[in-house]
Design a protein around this ligand. Structure first.
Ligand code: GLN
Length: 496
């Protein structure tokens, strides 16, 4: 298993080197690990063992087809996979099998990756803990009583537990970076428009992004290079050329200016988080980077703006789930009208958080409130963007913690949606602005709960962002620590 988590290995491509185990061996190893840890984690909605092994055999019989030849990967279950159920962890999509595959997935497979399964999420990506899943919560591999973060919690747990070296997630307000931070791995949200959203089940289209979760920045760079780039099937896809990331990861951060929005780091942030953050900045300083205080005066409004815009967009996007075209339909009763069918289907199919957001979103878009809420939120969104534009005149990347606290206990925040929303304080800005942003492991709270450092870069400047993040990993070992769950809990059934 140790082989599977080495960053350098992916750079050269599994199966492409003499002495590398083949694709079948890699998939068998991955499936064995999955079988071992899945009873503890509940990270997977679907396991595609036969399909994966068939593909592995075909790849072993062929010359290397790309940089991910024979690498097992997992996909968040809101990415469409032709012929394989795609649920968004929602009852409303039960029985839905997409007729096509998401572009990002197609590109991973074209590069030789082998999908071994689809991972759990908060229903439609709405949440920060993976507890809003119709299929039950995923557990954090570092502490099974805690959340892995969300909404890409299944993908993060699978990578952290070394089931797969790469998983895809989606990030609308932090859903790649938060679970990456809380599970001690790397999570990259690229610039808006970099990775095609074709085939991603939409939550909030102006905020949704797809990106990789990995253990090393080098692996994230490889995965991003594979899935990124223009796609005519997504009208918001950018034709900006992709950076040469292989050339970018030099380890050199001498003179790099790292902006720290001090005023934004106060209230509600755990002492362990602030301590790890301060030590992380010292690592950069020791490599010659300059730490510069900056001001982001509107960033504090991020959460209210985000929850106005994402609910508005969600209420529109989720209107399509009506019992006619996809998934679940209520059992029809005598005298039912079409309206009854719609209402009961949606009532039965959506969970509480999704309903809350559809109602909020419908409200903020309604004639009497549009100007006061939705329009105002869009205006403040522009102010947040300007804060960052101004900051990037004097710094090259912006650093904050990824989350205000380490992983919290399962059940701790489920009865208070606002407490759950507050986890997103550091992550939503990059969705509102479209800026590229990454979480990397930067320390541990006591006891062993991982903490993330978030770096945010200029639009389309993933090269600088990844160079900084990779340089940090050259001087630290946080990312090499794996949770010991298999040894500690193997065979022990957990109670709910
Ligand atoms: N926690 C945020 C929300 O609940 C972000 C989720 C996401 O990025 N998909 O909306």
């Amino acid at each position: 298993m140790t082989q599977l988590r080495k960053g350098t290995r992916l750079r050269h491509g599994v199966g492409g080197q003499a002495g590398e185990p083949g694709a079948v061996a890699a998939v068998e190893q991955s499936l064995a690990r999955l079988t071992q840890v899945e009873p503890q984690l509940s990270a997977f909605n679907t396991v595609m063992a036969e399909r994966a092994l068939d593909r592995a055999r075909a790849l072993d019989a062929s010359a290397p087809i790309g940089p991910l030849h024979g690498v097992p990967v997992a996909l968040k279950d809101n990415l469409c996979t032709a012929g394989v159920p795609t649920t968004a962890s929602s009852k409303i999509l039960s029985g839905f099998v997409p007729p096509y595959t998401a572009t990002a997935v197609e590109r991973l497979e074209a590069a030789g990756a082998i999908v071994i399964g689809k991972t759990n999420l908060d229903e439609f990506g709405m949440g920060s803990s993976t507890e809003n899943s119709a299929l039950g919560a995923t557990r954090n591999p570092w502490d099974l009583t805690r959340t892995p973060g969300g909404s890409s919690g299944g993908s993060a747990a699978a990578v952290a537990a070394r089931v797969v070296p790469i998983a895809l997630g989606s990030d609308t307000g932090g859903s790649i970076r938060q679970p990456a931070g809380l599970c001690g791995i790397v999570g990259l949200k690229p610039t808006y428009g970099r990775v095609s959203r074709y085939g991603l089940l939409a939550f909030a289209s102006s905020l949704d992004h797809i990106g990789p979760l990995t253990t090393t920045v080098a692996d994230a760079a490889v995965a991003f290079s594979v899935i990124g780039g223009f796609d005519p099937r997504d009208s918001t896809s950018s034709s900006e050329p992709m950076p040469d990331l292989h050339a970018a990861l030099t380890g050199d951060v001498n003179g790099l200016r790292i902006g720290v929005p001090r005023a934004f780091l106060g209230e509600g942030v755990d002492a362990s988080v602030l301590e790890a953050f301060a030590s992380a900045l010292n690592v950069f300083a020791a490599r010659g980077a300059r730490i510069v205080d900056i001001d982001l005066p509107h960033a504090g409004h991020g959460i209210p703006i985000y929850y106005l815009i994402c609910t508005a967009e969600a209420s529109s996007n989720l209107a399509r789930y009506d019992g006619v075209r996809y998934g679940h339909r209520t059992r029809l009763q005598k005298d039912d009208t079409l309206q009854h069918m719609y209402e009961r289907t949606r009532d039965e199919g959506f969970g509480a958080e999704v309903k809350r957001r559809i109602m909020l979103g419908t409200y903020v878009l309604s004639a009497g409130y549009y100007d006061a809420y939705y329009l105002k939120a869009q205006q403040v969104r522009t102010l947040v963007r300007r804060d960052y534009d101004r900051a990037f005149e004097t710094v090259d990347v912006v650093a904050t913690p990824t989350t205000p606290t380490p992983a919290f206990k399962l059940g701790e925040k489920t009865s208070d949606p606002v407490q759950m929303y507050l986890n997103d304080i550091f992550t939503v800005s990059a969705n509102l602005t479209g800026l590229p942003s990454i979480s990397i492991p930067c320390g541990f709270a006591s006891p062993a709960l991982p903490l993330g450092l978030q770096l945010t870069g200029r639009l389309f400047d993933e090269a600088t962002l990844l160079r900084a993040a990779d340089a940090f990993q050259r001087d630290t070992t946080f990312h090499t620590n794996a949770p010991s769950l298999a040894e500690a809990t193997e065979g022990k059934p957990l109670d709910a």
